[in-house]
Design a protein around this ligand. Structure first.
Ligand code: NAD
Length: 495
C-alpha cells in the first residue's frame, strides 16, 4: 500500500483526524504495518472512534531498528552546530503549530485545551534547550596521579535508543527524550502509547519538515508493546532504553534490558505529598494545590496525591479547596471553557471510583464530587476528601485523577515520616513562610524533586526524575538529560 506523507496544514480542519494517522514512520517513509492491522483511537470525551493507526509487528520494529542503524553514522558525524540548528527548527515549528498540536492532544487525550497548550509549550522547550546543549558537549583532559600519562575523556553518542512513552503527556514525554538523544548524536525509535498516537505522528511530520534526516527518528505504534519492545532490545545494535510510564511496566522493562545489558533511564510513577504548614500563605497554598492536583485533571506523575495539612490551617484549607474544586468546569477537553476534561479510559474511571469508595469505607468524608455521572465520556468529577486514613489505598498508589485526599497532621517530624512512607519518590510540595523550615523539610523528604511554595516544578532546564521506585536517571537540566544519551570514552595517552 502506498501511503502519502503527513502534510501539516495549520488551516486544516482538526476534526479530520485521518490527516494525522497515515502510517508507521520508518526510515522517513510512512507505511502500514506488515500485517495490515490497525489500532482504533478514541476520543475520551465522547467514546467515539476518531482514527485508526497501524498496529506494528516485531517485523516492523526490526525495520525501524534497521532504519535507525542506517542513519546512525551520518547523524553522529553531523556537526553539532548543524544538529543544533535542526533542533532549533523543531522548536520553531512546534511553536508555529502550537494550536493544531494542542487541539490534537486535547482530542485524543481529553485534557483541557489550556493544559494541552501548556504541554506544547513545555514540549517545544526541550528542543530549544537541547539545541543549546548540542554544541556544549565537552570532554575532560587531565594528568594521571602517577604522572605517567594524560587522561582524556571523550563523550560519544551511546547508540540506537528505544524510547517508550505514556499517554498523559503525548508530546512532552516524547520530546523530553528525542531532543537530548538527537543532540547527543543518537538515532531513535519512539514507541508512543497506543491511546495517543496521533500527536506522535503529527510530530514525526514536523521533525521531517524541520530537516531531521530519514531514519534518525522512527515512530511505531503497537497494541502489543511487550514482544515488540523485547525484539528491539534483543537487537545488539540497540544500546539504550529510555522509558516513561508506570513503575510496574518499568520493572518488566528493566528485567528485559538486563538480559542484554542495555543502559536504562526510567521515569516512573509517583505518589507526591503536598504539605501545608500552619504558617503557609493560605491563598498561595490553594493556588498551588489546584495546579499540583488539577493540571491534566490529575493525570500527571507529579500530581499531588496526598495532601498533608497541619491542624491549625486544616479546616480553612479544606473549605477553600472544596470551593475551588466544586467550581471547576467539566467538559470535553477541546471546549475552550473546560477546566477538567475526561480521564483517558473507562478503566481509569473505574480505578479512581474504586479508590474513592475504599477511602470512604475506611472513614474518609466527601467534601465534593465522589460520584461518577451516568453519561457518555470517561468523566470523573473533581473530588475532595478529608479525614483520609493512612490505610486508604489511595495513600499508597497513584490516583491519577481529579481526587484530592486531605490528611491532617500535627508536627514536622510526623509529616516527614508520613510523606516518606511510600515506595515512590518523584515529586513533593511544601508550603510554609519559614524558608529555613522549608529547606530543612525539603532535604529530608525522599524525593527527586521538591516544589517549595510552588505548585509546579517541571522545567527543561532542571533535572526531572525520581528516587526509590520512581525511577533511574534524569531528564532535562544542565548536562543531566543529555548525559543519559552519552557514553564516556577514556583514552590514556603519554605525551
Ligand atoms: P504504562 O506503564 O501503562 O505505559 C507506558 C508505556 O509503556 C506505553 O507506551 C505502553 O504502551 C508501554 N508498555 C506497556 N506495557 C509494556 C510492556 N510490557 N513492554 C513494553 N512497553 C509497554 O503507563 P501509562 O498508563 O501510559 O502512563 C501512566 C504512568 O506513567 C503513571 O504511572 C505515571 O506516573 C507515569 N509517568 C511518569 C512520568 C515521569 O516522568 N516519572 C511522566 C509521565 C507519566
Amino acid at each position: 500500500m502506498n501511503i502519502s506523507p503527513v502534510v501539516f496544514d495549520e488551516e486544516a480542519d482538526i476534526s479530520e483526524y485521518a490527516t494525522f494517522s497515515h502510517g508507521l514512520y520508518i526510515g522517513g517513509q510512512w507505511r502500514p504495518s506488515s500485517d495490515g492491522r490497525v489500532i482504533e483511537v478514541f476520543d475520551p470525551s465522547t467514546e467515539a472512534v476518531i482514527a485508526a493507526v497501524p498496529d506494528a509487528t516485531p517485523a516492523d520494529a526490526a525495520a525501524a531498528v534497521n532504519a535507525a542503524a542506517k542513519a546512525a553514522a551520518g547523524w553522529r558525524e553531523t556537526a553539532p552546530r548543524k544538529r543544533s540548528e535542526i533542533l532549533r527548527r523543531c522548536f520553531e515549528l512546534m511553536t508555529e503549530r502550537a494550536e493544531t498540536l494542542a487541539a490534537l492532544i486535547s482530542l485524543e487525550n481529553g485534557k483541557a485545551l489550556r493544559d494541552a497548550r501548556g504541554e506544547v509549550a513545555y514540549a517545544a522547550e526541550f528542543f530549544r534547550w537541547n539545541a543549546e546543549e548540542a554544541v556544549r558537549i565537552s570532554g575532560e583532559f587531565g594528568l594521571a596521579p602517577s604522572g605517567a600519562n594524560r587522561i582524556v575523556v571523550d563523550y560519544q553518542p551511546i547508540g540506537i535508543c528505544v524510547l517508550v512513552t505514556p499517554w498523559n503527556f503525548p508530546a512532552a514525554m516524547a520530546t523530553r527524550k528525542i531532543a537530548p538523544a538527537l543532540a547527543a548524536g543518537c538515532t531513535v525509535i519512539l514507541k508512543p502509547a497506543s491511546e495517543t498516537p496521533l500527536t506522535a505522528y503529527a510530530l514525526a511530520a514536523l521533525y521531517e519538515d524541520a530537516g531531521v534526516p530519514p531514519g534518525v527518528i522512527n515512530v511505531l505504534t503497537t497494541s502489543n508493546p511487550g514482544p515488540l519492545t523485547a525484539a528491539m532490545l534483543a537487537d545488539p545494535r540497540v544500546r539504550k532504553l529510555s522509558f516513561t510510564g508506570s513503575t510496574g511496566v518499568g520493572r518488566v522493562l528493566l528485567a528485559e534490558a538486563a538480559r542484554h545489558v542495555i543502559s536504562c533511564s526510567m521515569e516512573l510513577g509517583g505518589n507526591a505529598p503536598f504539605i501545608v504548614f500552619d504558617d503557609a500563605d493560605l491563598e498561595a497554598a490553594l493556588d498551588g494545590a489546584m495546579i499540583a492536583k488539577m493540571r491534566n485533571a490529575g493525570e500527571a506523575c507529579t500530581a499531588a496525591n496526598r495532601l498533608y495539612v497541619q491542624a491549625g490551617i486544616h479546616d480553612a484549607f479544606a473549605e477553600g479547596l472544596r470551593k475551588r474544586m466544586a467550581a471547576l468546569q467539566i467538559g470535553p477537553g477541546i471546549d475552550a471553557e473546560t477546566e477538567c476534561g475526561p480521564m483517558i479510559t473507562r478503566k481509569a474511571v473505574e480505578k479512581i471510583d474504586r479508590l474513592v469508595k475504599d477511602a470512604v469505607h475506611r472513614g474518609a468524608r466527601i467534601l465534593c464530587g465522589g460520584a461518577v455521572a451516568d453519561a457518555k465520556g470517561y468523566f470523573y468529577p473533581p473530588t475532595v476528601l478529608c479525614d483520609v486514613p493512612p490505610t486508604a489505598e489511595m495513600a499508597h498508589q497513584e490516583i491519577f485523577g481529579p481526587v484530592a485526599p486531605i490528611m491532617r497532621f500535627d508536627d514536622e517530624a510526623e509529616v516527614i515520616a508520613r510523606a516518606n512512607d511510600t515506595e515512590y519518590g518523584l515529586a513533593a510540595y511544601i508550603y510554609t513562610r519559614d524558608l529555613a523550615k522549608g529547606m530543612r523539610v525539603a532535604s529530608r523528604i525522599e524525593s527527586g524533586m521538591i516544589a517549595l511554595n510552588r505548585g509546579l516544578m517541571s522545567d527543561p532546564a532542571a533535572p526531572f526524575g525520581g528516587v526509590k521506585q520512581s525511577g533511574l536517571g534524569r531528564e532535562g537540566g544542565q548536562k543531566h538529560g543529555i548525559s543519559e544519551f552519552l557514553e564516556a570514552k577514556y583514552i590514556a595517552v603519554t605525551i
